[in-house]
Design a protein around this ligand. Sequence first.
Ligand code: PHB
Length: 408
Amino acid sequence: MSENSNRVDVGIVGAGPAGLMTALLLKRRGISAAVVERRSHAEIHRTQRAGILEAPTVDMLVDADVDSRVLTAGHEHEGTVLSFDGVQHRIDFQKLVGRSVWLYPQNEVFHDLATAWIREGGQIHWSVTDVEVHGVDSHEPRITFFDADGKPGQIDAELIVGADGSRSMCRRLIPEDVRTDYFTSYPFAWFGILCEAPPTAPELIYANSEVGFALISQRNASVQRMYFQCDPDTDPEDWSEQAIFDHIQHVLGGPEAVALKRGPIIEKTVLPFRSYVCDPMTYGRLALAGDAAHTVPPTGAKGLNLAFSDVRALVPRVEEFINGVKEASGTMSPVPVSTEPLQRYSRTALDRVWKAQNFSYWVTNLLHRQPDEGEFAQRRRRGEFDAITGSVHGQAYFADSYTGWSTS
Ligand code: PHB
């Protein structure tokens, strides 16, 4: 028997926002959970991810009572700017659909959740190695691992939640004859920078020009986050500060259109693009949540929001399943516990996942240039752009999708 052996209701692989939010919401319902994570707390906190939260995501953070700083340190954005060939169009989310989004970086969401989980005495093992999940098709699933000191550990649970990110190990536990992997790739990537300068504009600017896409986002009053479309094989070191800013400025349509605020670049990375869905998101006593089950390109800012909508759908179904386990264990002769609530979770979650996949794919193609396309494609794109920005219905379609749809 290993030193770290213990029994909980739910074992969770991955301490990103999906895993930690699941752990916290289960605890609120009297269901015990333990979390294992391969990376260290500091490494996850350092990693830059997208920064836009839909209103239901903000509500979850507030309602979870985790002392999130989303409403104090985050910024409400009532609209966003779409720019084509230097001409800007504001999409007024509030006027169109009565909702806003919040700019609050994902690594801060992680920090809020991790702090709350630790403060509440939640079990978590950081920097573990050799994580393995066993017996998801039995009634005794378990996680084994080696902890940060190299000691073997084990978590025995009724159910395993795989929230272990886009390179998920848990996903591979769904047998190939049960699982369908849907994916598409893109012939471009994003070059992302962090720079020390105040925001260029009060709201985000998503821009397209004949040289492709750029996005001006923010982190706080003195740091900006920006991206531009690049070849997936780009070496960030090949781009000087001056070349980066000149290129982004060009996509924005020159300084007369928007005067880019420049400052020292403190981070440069190339982010690959991919769309992926795993169907079903559950198998036996395993349920996947967040990037482990699906990846979207970052253009629509849907990644974290989808992870939270998974958790919203998952937690009541886990409660139903665990109640079933507890009832069955009180009977004289154990009866098999139905995993049907988990299958219902998968169906509900996938409906939203595909809506988000569609939006992310559509907005990516609306705003990026394919490497080998001709002039027809760019002029057609301009026509599509005008159809969206020039009509209240087109604008409302964008606003409704970007802010997370009126129905969950
Ligand atoms: C970001 O701030 O990192 C960000 C914002 C919006 C996106 C993607 C990334 O669509």
